[in-house]
Design a protein around this ligand. Structure first.
Ligand code: NAP
Length: 244
């Protein structure tokens, strides 16, 4: 039977590419989305027309009821969740002195509490079948911190701590938990960056370019595969050498 992957934030950017790449590999794919309804439904339609096994589900990862329903529907349709990819995320830039309480809570809620909600909702099923893989999408800013992105860096550092702790806790249940820490990846999330900012980042990147969504999807495919069965609690940098 085909394995099932649940990818949060799969309407665009990295998550959308992961949905395509996992579908092409033969996984049943559950693509979660929240606001980008049209983009998600267009991608879902195109994957279905190509004969792939895909379900799209609107759920706000901040909302536990939404998440529980998404997990329930996934299990009803596909019977299993073998891989959970906690990818949904938001970012914003600004001096910490200008960050409102609302902005702080939004960033922590989506990027960190969303990981908690989805992982906790899926884990009873994985523990029961004594197998599963959780892949969290952090950021290199969670490793080294970014000026003017304190809330985002905090949330992404939290995701790394969550990954390491949970890996120890659920390893005995046959579940691996790993983390990908991408560098600058060409998606809508970075559209506010100036050409000067991007050029400076490229100049400091040994591989000499910014990343693309396939760079991250390839890493996720590896961590989801049987080849990664003995890898857990790790942070895989996909950053062209910017952070080593
Ligand atoms: P993106 O193009 O802006 O996509 C973000 C995705 O997250 C969208 O599909 C969005 O869905 C979803 N999302 C946001 N809030 C959500 C919520 N409350 N519930 C469910 N889904 C939600 O960004 P991206 O660059 O692909 O980012 C994907 C992940 O990679 C994020 O965790 C991000 O922090 C991380 N990352 C990105 C970079 C980069 O340079 N791009 C670098 C390091 C890490 P809707 O639009 O449907 O709401």
């Amino acid at each position: 039977m085909n394995k099932t992957v649940l990818i949060t934030g799969a309407s665009k950017g990295i998550g959308a590419t992961m949905a395509i790449r996992f579908a092409e590999k033969g996984y049943n794919v559950v693509m979660n989305y929240n606001n980008s309804v049209q983009a998600a439904l267009i991608l879902h339609k195109s994957l279905c027309e190509n004969g792939y096994s895909v379900m799209a589900f609107k759920a706000n990862v901040r909302n536990r009821l939404d998440v529980d329903l998404m997990v329930k529907e996934t299990l009803y349709k596909f019977g299993s969740i073998d891989i959970l990819i906690n990818n949904a995320g938001i970012a914003s830039q600004g001096l910490l002195t200008d960050v409102s309480e609302q902005d702080w809570n939004d960033i922590i809620d989506v990027n960190l509490n969303g990981v908690f909600n989805c992982s906790q909702a899926v884990l009873p099923h994985m523990i029961e079948k004594k197998s599963g893989k959780i892949i969290n999408i952090s950021s290199m800013w969670g490793q080294v911190g970014a000026s003017c992105e304190v809330p985002y860096s905090t949330a992404k550092a939290g995701v790394i701590g969550f990954t390491k702790a949970l890996a120890k806790e659920v390893g005995p249940s046959g579940i691996t938990v790993n983390c990908i820490a991408p560098g600058l990846i060409e998606t809508g999330m970075n559209q506010a960056l100036s050409i000067e900012d991007v050029t400076a980042l490229v100049d400091d990147t040994p591989i000499g370019r910014i990343g693309n969504t396939h760079d991250v999807a390839s890493a996720a495919l590896y961590l989801a595969s049987d080849d990664a069965d003995f890898i857990t609690g790790q942070v895989l940098g996909v950053n062209g050498g910017y952070v080593i």
